[in-house]
Design a protein around this ligand. Sequence first.
Ligand code: AHG
Ligand code: MN
Ligand code: MN
Length: 325
Amino acid sequence: MTDAKSQPQPPLGTHLRERRDLGPLADVVEAIATAGRGIAARIQRARLDDGDVIGEVGAINVQGEIQQKLDVLSDELVLASLQGCRSVAVYASEEQEEPVVLRPRSEGGMYAVLSDPLDGSSNIDVAVSVGTIFSVLPNDAPDDQTASAVLQAGSAQVAAGYVLYGSSVVLVLATAAGVDMYVLDPDRDEFMLVAEGLAMPTSKKLYAINEAYFEEFEPGLQAYLRYAHGNGYGLRYIGSMVADVHRTLLKGGVFVYPSTRKAPEGKLRLMYEGNPMAYVMVQAGGAGETGVGAILDVVPKALHERVPVIVGSSEEVAQVTRHLA
Ligand code: AHG
Ligand code: MN
Ligand code: MN
């Protein structure tokens, strides 16, 4: 990893435009960053404003989960920002049943953008880190089938990443060229480059899993956890995937949301959570597995499908899958 602090730190927009490899993808990332700044500003005013962002809207989303006000607001901000981006063909979100078609390929719609606009929403009322996850796929669909561009395997992604609303606001961008990290400078209201070409640690004795579900896990995973207990592992679990993945990216270890007896496909969504986070990890030298193969190789059958997720340092992911096999 190159520490950008030894050199002048360019703002996100400048850095993206310096990169010849990105082309119109730069606008998509900037649109996500704009939405991220807006969401960050709203989160930081939680409980301060009338009708603020905390609380439920009284609706259930397509996943059967209670929508928080911030889930809906974040989805609106991401969509509004992408609508202003001429290269986005279609937007699909955890919070919306159907993809939103913006423009076909013949009118410049080059990309499908998928998002979990607010990940970890059960944590917002206690001021714990939450995030926005995004995945960008190429749109090669005929004009009358633009919506179908959202259904592609994760290996087709051209970019993915997240904005983490934590003790600082961090934007992580993964492309074929590698993984870069930006931090929101609150004085300038701009994301500044802080690290280029992140390479995650190959191993670290750290796991993140909701171990309260132990009795629901398959025997192989129970065996892994016993192995971890006996071999000096530490446990960290925030309960916001973005925050758990970000720690794993920087410090190493493994994040697991496995299949359980009640939920054989796990809880996390392939298109909005599994694919983008697996892409980030793989581009940083880590791995992303389902337990029976690579997450990025899963051919999606439905937009909102779920997938077991094992992401992190290559050696730690292998340690889990070895026990599952
Ligand atoms: P979301 O808020 O987008 O529905 O995602 C919540 C997810 C994820 O952030 C986290 O890893 C997981 O739920 C935590 O689930 P458990 O409470 O079952 O551990
Ligand atoms: Mn989520
Ligand atoms: Mn969400």
